[in-house]
Design a protein around this ligand. Structure first.
Ligand SMILES: *Cc1c(COP(=O)(O)O)cnc(C)c1O
Length: 742
């Protein structure tokens, strides 16, 4: 799906992490400086494996806990998720476990000969077998796979009964136990009973660095990463990382000095190190590279085999002095060989799966379709932040923006927008429906979310479960909400003349009655101005009367001692034309996305400098030649009058391109030239006349909204050609489009 932010930084670091693991097993600085090597392989490189656990935690387990942090763990019944969702998580985890088990199985077979040759499997009792398979791994680096499975299973099982905080506590406790059996074992060994228990345990698992004591904490940290959407502050994070790393270095060398380490995988300061490193990597704006995910896995699996190969090869060729004894050269050789082997395996796999790089059965878990592969939306992050700044500047300091993310954020992609806006420090949002609110919660948005429209009483449980605020849309509805019998957070809609939703501002009795309702927690009051875009005297008078009526009602309630916080009246046009009425929030929609409803509104605004956030693009699927007289498309609606070159674009009315733009009413831009739409727009394809456009190639881009060269097509152009407003054009842009941020 195109809605995810780019996690390309994580993909790149996978490769770095893989080579750090290779370093752990080859000691690149071993022949040069023992201290340097200790630092590199026993301290620095220790970030590699936890990093992989964090990634798994974030992407596999990120959604298994309730998004509401405030619900107490005691209230189990209402915390139950819908079954379908639990099943979805269960299936995803099952698939993942099978995948890891598969990789583990392949690796076991791969290393069986080497293990036998090295005598690893002699005199194996049943307990040893269990130890090898479940904890140690059947070859030295393979412990990672059972640890991953065990950790994931453990966290998932705990998540079914406990809150995230409780599970975090448990994971931290397990890590502490692990520490005392790893780097700090020298201390533990002095306490006879405890060390006895540990020694007993070491029969079952040679180290505490395993799926029980090591993996859970980092998996859980990954889950936290999925919900903290704090601001990006690379400098602060980088400094914190360096500091943690320095502390971990001191810790490592101190422990080494006093010879306290039984093993050297677990440090106290590894935890903050991982936290800051991961946060920093999330700031790294790179495009996602799914290929690297598979590649890093295979580098991990294959590098010990390459150590054997390089050593064997060096022995045969008599190059041991150079290739083995020089630790740095050895490291480079093993790394290159592992990379080559991993590339080969990935290539071979796509070959045998016969479906090409994207469709293969095996790598599909690491692939998602290219968001810009067919038809897509590009979102301009800078334009968005500038619009936020301009809109804030137009409002008094005390008024916060409450962006309208309904209709998939006016087609822009609600999750992407919500995440981006969160990073700009905005944490109040409004949507039209409960499903939109739930979707935002599931995407990890934790701020306030107000549902502006009707929610069916059957779904009231979702309001609580996902901590969504409901609008009270009339008196009867207020009673219905109250009858639910458990506390619900609401904003009261007040009708000041639009006569759509809300309780009439004249009906103070009714409002009083609502204030007395036991189960409603009233967090806000609002009205909607229905003519704030108008310029006529009538419209202006009407709007001013609406605002006055709203504030009169509020005052009346306040005089009776009823608290009125969280007031809001303004939408986009309100911000532009009536900022003096700003309350505590402004429900900004269309203007946030950088356009107004009509072109005139935009041209008459010089006080609000806004830039469109969205461009709409599609790929050229193929290019064809038509002779005069030949027709194209449904109903033969186009007939060539001259030798015509036509391009087929992979976008249609099902993507939200209005069919009304057919037959020359609309245009697209290719290579900075205009090309008219010809024939009837199809559900998934559109034909354009490109006869006059040079340098055209299939796979190239066509711009439907946005600019190319010196030409531009705006949402206003489309709206005007279709006799509507930009709001409708944008909000209908389809689910099927990829969405990418730049
Ligand atoms: C959609 C909506 C908004 C946002 O309107 P814009 O004109 O796009 O800013 C604000 N308030 C309510 C009640 C809405 O339904």
């Amino acid at each position: 799906m195109g809605r995810k932010t780019t996690y390309g930084g994580l993909d790149l670091f996978r490769i770095i992490a893989a080579f750090l693991v290779v370093a752990i097993h080859t000691s690149p600085l071993g022949s040069l400086s023992p201290e340097g090597d200790f630092f590199l392989t026993r301290i620095l490189a220790r970030v590699a494996v936890p990093f992989f656990f964090l990634v798994t935690g974030q992407f596999l387990l990120g959604g298994i806990f309730q998004p509401d942090k405030r619900l107490s763990p005691g209230r189990q019944n209402e915390k139950r998720r819908p079954q379908s969702e639990e099943r979805e998580h269960f299936n995803a985890i099952k698939r993942y476990l099978f995948k890891i088990a598969g990789l583990y199985g392949i690796s076991i077979l791969l290393y069986l000969p080497v293990g036998i040759y090295a005598g690893h499997y002699q005199n194996l009792g049943p307990l040893d077998l269990l130890r090898l398979l479940l904890f140690d791994g059947t070859f030295y680096h393979l412990w990672y796979f059972p640890a991953c499975m065990l950790g994931v299973l453990l966290v998932w099982l705990l998540s079914r009964k406990l809150s995230l905080k409780a599970v975090t506590g448990i994971a931290a406790g397990l890590y502490a136990i692990g520490l005392l059996g790893d780097s700090y074992y020298g201390l533990t060994a002095r306490v006879p009973v405890v060390s006895g228990i540990y020694e007993g345990f070491f029969h079952l698992s040679s180290y505490t660095r395993n799926g029980l004591f090591f993996a859970p904490l980092f998996l859980v940290m990954g889950i936290w990463m999925n919900r903290t959407r704090a601001r990006r502050r690379p400098l602060v994070l980088g400094t914190a990382l360096l500091l943690s790393l320095a502390l971990m270095t001191v810790e490592g060398f101190t422990l080494r000095h006093f010879q306290l380490q039984r093993h050297d995988s677990m440090y106290l300061f590894l935890v903050p190190c991982m936290y800051f490193l991961y946060r920093l990597l999330l700031c790294w704006k790179e495009k996602p590279r799914p290929g690297l995910r598979i590649l890093s896995t295979w580098i991990y699996i294959l590098h010990p085999a390459m150590i054997v190969v390089i050593r064997g090869g060096a022995g045969v060729l008599g190059l041991e002095d150079f290739l083995v004894d020089n630790s740095l050269v050895h490291y480079v050789a093993v790394s290159l060989a592992s990379l080559a082997a991993a590339l080969f395996v990935t290539w071979f796999w796509t070959l045998v799966s016969k479906k090409g790089a994207c469709g293969g059965r095996f790598p599909h878990w690491a692939q998602s379709p290219l968001p810009t592969g067919r038809a897509w939306i590009e979102l301009d992050r800078k334009a968005l932040s500038e619009n936020v700044r301009a809109l804030k500047a137009a409002l008094p300091e005390s008024c916060k923006l409450m962006p309208a993310l309904k209709a998939n954020a006016y087609g822009h992609g609600a999750m992407l927008m919500a995440r981006e806006l969160s990073e700009l420090g905005i944490h109040d949002f409004c949507v039209a429906s409960v499903s939109e609110g739930v979707a935002l919660r599931k995407a990890g948005i934790w701020g306030n979310i107000l549902i502006l429209g009707y929610t069916h009483p059957k779904d009231f449980c979702l309001l609580r479960r996902y901590r969504l605020t409901q609008t009270v849309i009339d008196s009867a509805y207020a009673s219905q909400l109250n009858r639910y019998g458990k506390k619900l957070e609401v904003h009261i809609g007040i009708d000041t003349g639009m006569h759509r939703l809300g309780i009439s501002c004249e009906n103070i009795d009714e409002l009083r009655r609502i204030y007395r309702m036991k189960h409603l927690k009233i967090n806000g009051l609002f009205t909607h101005l229905c003519a704030s875009d108008g310029t006529s005297c009538k419209e202006k008078d009407f709007t001013e009367e609406q605002a006055r009526a709203f504030y009169r009602t509020v005052e009346q309630l306040q005089e009776e001692g009823l608290p009125c916080q969280g007031l809001h009246l303004l939408a986009s046009y309100g911000i532009r034309n009536y900022p003096q009425y700003a309350g505590d929030y402004a429900r900004v929609g269309i203007a946030l996305y950088g356009v107004f409803s009509t072109r005139e509104d935009a041209t008459t605004t010089d006080t609000l400098p806004l830039r469109p956030v969205l461009s709409l693009k599609a790929r050229i699927a193929t290019v064809k030649e038509l002779s005069p007289g030949e027709s194209a498309g449904y109903g033969l609606a186009f007939t060539a009058r001259r030798p015509t070159k036509l391009a087929v674009l992979s976008i249609g009315y099902a993507d939200g391109l209005p069919r009304a733009l057919s037959c020359g009413k609309g245009q697209v831009l290719i290579n900075g030239h205009r090309a008219p739409i010809i024939g009837r727009i199809c559900m998934d394809q559109t034909l354009v006349d490109v006869t006059d456009i040079p340098f055209l190639c299939p796979g190239g881009e066509a711009v439907l909204i946005g600019s190319s060269g010196s030409e531009e097509i705006t949402a206003y152009d489309l709206a005007e050609a279709c006799g509507t407003i930009t709001n409708e054009i944008l909000s209908r842009l389809g689910e099927r489009l990829g969405r990418v941020l730049y």
